[in-house]
Design a protein around this ligand. Structure first.
Ligand code: ZN
Ligand code: MN
Length: 480
């Protein structure tokens, strides 16, 4: 990136709400059903069909908005956003425009150790459009299909203030929004299924200037990794363009992950191009104080609160609690293992160092860990009681991970248990001493550095099973 320029991004995040039915009809919003099977006159946009607002969608949106520290507007309104798209049969999307459900919130992010507050402009409710599928393009005759199962699926759109200054900040912001939604259980935020989608608006300006440059909107960001790459590319492209005397066009650009670049799709519509007008088929949405309070009280524990609780309840280090609460599933896994083992700190260590490493190596998430929290707790207990050493624990865990077996089974199969019988260890210690007279002599002449070598020999002779502390004690006694 060239110096003298400040990038500035804001994000529009669409989150699909986990309701049982669509936002304005009773069709299922389920992903993956046969095309056009979850449709009715309302979500097909047939003339005369009337929308009815889904109360659950509003409740979930209110949870999301309150968790993002937004103020809920006592009265909001739906509007028609008019545009033509083959997968938008009504010719307009029902959304919220000048009177959104909620506004003026914030999310705290942390990048490279620095905390920063990102403003949330608004959170509003809207319906999703259908999906077009293109086949054969560009190699043969192109065919296009329309699937309207997604049409009318409830979404919230979360719009941030232009506070994001780097791809890393955008990444952390999105991660936090996703985590909050998952903690609240209002969305599964599955990017592959499109239940979390992000468009980023990027502009650059000379350092010191206050007015923002012309922005482009980058779409097609279906993973957090792509988001970071696309932003870095787009920031660089705009700077180079301006520095070579060119001008940034306000347009929508798509990220091409194969070519690792963005390319222009269409010049961006301005809001007035959509000819927004109040939706005449829906009454204004009125949220009473009582409803708002009910929703607030029914909200599940949020990441920050859970982190504080883990620090207090299990005496975890701040940093460990942060990492464990980075995902709701990980936090629950930890709490299950901590309770079952009675060794919270040790359980946290084993999860954060060993288990997460194994998961990462095999490209798995905590939800598909082959080692259950209960099985991890067994292992932690064995280590805590000194039945097995830490080193053996690692080997056993690796075996548990690849086979799904319990710690006890693995130990029985491999004949693994820590040798804590002083008599047995002493026998090995004497054997090692007898077999290495030269080293013994050196040690006795004052070369005490050979002590570690002796420990290693005894551990080797016991295949790592001897209790290391006992080995040290007995060696000192026998050598001295
Ligand atoms: Zn329907
Ligand atoms: Mn939208």
């Amino acid at each position: 990136m060239l110096s003298g320029a400040t990038p500035s991004d804001f994000a529009e995040v669409h989150v699909q709400l986990l309701t049982k039915s669509k936002i304005f009809c009773s069709c299922s919003p389920r992903f993956g059903d046969p095309p056009n099977s979850n449709t009715c006159p309302v979500c097909l946009g047939l003339p005369g069909a009337l929308p009815v607002l889904n109360r659950d969608a509003v409740t979930m949106a209110m949870k999301a908005a309150q968790a993002l520290n937004c103020a809920i507007n006592p009265r909001s309104r739906f509007a028609r956003k008019n545009y033509f798209y083959p997968d938008l049969p009504k010719g307009y999307q029902i959304s919220q425009y000048d009177e959104p459900l909620a506004k003026s919130g914030w999310v705290d992010i942390k990048v490279e150790g620095t905390h920063k507050r990102i403003g949330i402009t608004r959170v509003h409710l809207e319906e999703d459009a259908g999906k077009s599928l293109h086949e054969g393009f560009p190699d043969s005759e192109e065919k296009s299909y329309i699937d309207l199962n997604r049409s009318g699926v409830p979404l919230i759109e979360i719009v941030s203030e232009p506070d994001l200054r780097s791809p890393a900040e955008a990444y952390d912001y999105l991660t936090r929004v996703k985590t909050i939604m998952q903690y609240l259980e209002v969305s599964n935020c599955n990017m592959e299924e499109g239940s979390l989608r992000c468009d980023a608006n990027v502009s650059v300006r000379r350092q010191g200037t206050t007015t923002f440059g012309t922005k482009t909107e980058v779409k097609n960001l279906n993973s957090f990794k792509f988001l970071q790459k696309a932003l870095a590319y787009e920031i660089d492209r705009q700077i180079k363009l301006i520095e070579s005397g060119g001008e940034v066009l306000q347009e929508t650009r798509l990220w091409d992950s194969r070519e690792q670049r963005t390319y222009g799709m269409r010049t961006k519509e301005f809001a007035h191009d959509y000819r927004y007008f109040p939706e005449p088929d829906l009454l204004p949405l009125v949220v009473s104080e009582k409803w708002k309070e009910e929703v607030r009280l029914s909200m599940l524990e949020l990441p920050d609160a859970r982190k504080q609780r883990l620090v207090g309840e299990y005496a975890l280090a701040d940093h460990d609690a942060s990492e464990l609460t980075s995902s709701k599933f990980l936090a629950s896994y930890f709490e299950d293992a901590a309770k079952a083992s009675g060794e919270p700190k040790l359980a946290a260590n084993w999860i954060l160092s060993e288990l997460l490493y194994l998961l990462k190596e095999s490209n798995k998430g905590i939800t598909d860990s082959p080692v259950t929290a209960g099985n991890l707790a067994d292992l932690v207990r064995l280590v805590a009681s000194g039945t097995i050493s830490g080193k053996m624990g690692k080997d056993i865990l690796a075996e548990m991970f690849s086979t799904g077996k319990r710690a006890g089974e693995v130990m029985a199969e491999k004949g693994l248990a820590q040798i804590s019988d002083p008599e047995k260890i002493a026998t090995v210690v004497r054997e090692v001493i007898a077999a290495n007279p030269n080293q013994v002599e050196q040690y006795r002449k004052g070369k005490t550095a050979t002590f570690g070598w002796f420990v290693g020999q005894v551990m080797k002779a016991t295949r790592g099973q001897a209790n290391p502390q006992l080995v040290q004690e007995l060696l000192k006694k026998e050598l001295g």
